[in-house]
Design a protein around this ligand. Sequence first.
Ligand SMILES: C[S@@+](CC[C@H](N)C(=O)[O-])C[C@H]1O[C@@H](n2cnc3c(N)ncnc32)[C@H](O)[C@@H]1O
Length: 225
Amino acid sequence: MSASLLHPGREINLLDALPQTRRDPAARAAAKTTEDRAIAKKFDRDFFDGERRHGYGGYRYDGRWLPVARRLVDYYHLPPDARILDVGAAKGFLLHDFLQVLPRASVRGLDVSAYAKANAHGATGSLIDLGSAEALPYDDASFDLVVSINSIHNLPIDRCKTALREIQRVSRAHKFVTIDAWRTEEEHHRLLDWILTAETYLHVDDWVSLFAEVGYTGDYYWFIP
Ligand SMILES: C[S@@+](CC[C@H](N)C(=O)[O-])C[C@H]1O[C@@H](n2cnc3c(N)ncnc32)[C@H](O)[C@@H]1O
């Protein structure tokens, strides 16, 4: 393996092409209940296409992931026949858009949500495997790029660590994850107000230490509402 493949990951915002979403953490904190969180955490219809207090409030394809797919393909210099995995693929929006950018790529997604797979965009349902990030049903070093956007923080910390080890295991080159984090106490409070489903949310420095502890050498960025 070349030295570059062993190079430690770096903090980089590869989602910078996404539109900015207006969020009001204080309003959510005032409204959300333990029951709302329990409903959201089922990752069923209510989370994706139910009321906003239970999750997305309507998770529909609108093309916003296409520039992200382009950015990832360009940044990692992926070949036309790249093998790409999205952990927490939801309704397959990013999978669909990877195939717009690289029609000869081999893309797979994995998600715990049978609802998301059954209601996936276009033909991507057949590309999504049902399962959990902590037990990826793929061979070692079988993907050129593994991405996981705002998904593995839904696991408690020990299982989140296992998920990172799994992402590391199945990737032969590149990895990119985004997770709930904060840099300042103000961001910490906004995050606590905002989160519905996350179990593991850490200061950015603690995430970096955790990456080193589990041997995760991929790139990363933060979800900070
Ligand atoms: C906030 S959504 C993000 C979806 C998509 N990556 C995006 O950015 O639009 C979190 C996703 O993680 C999935 N998820 C939750 N727990 C998971 C687990 N243990 N393994 C894999 N996916 C999980 C949920 O079903 C959901 O699709």
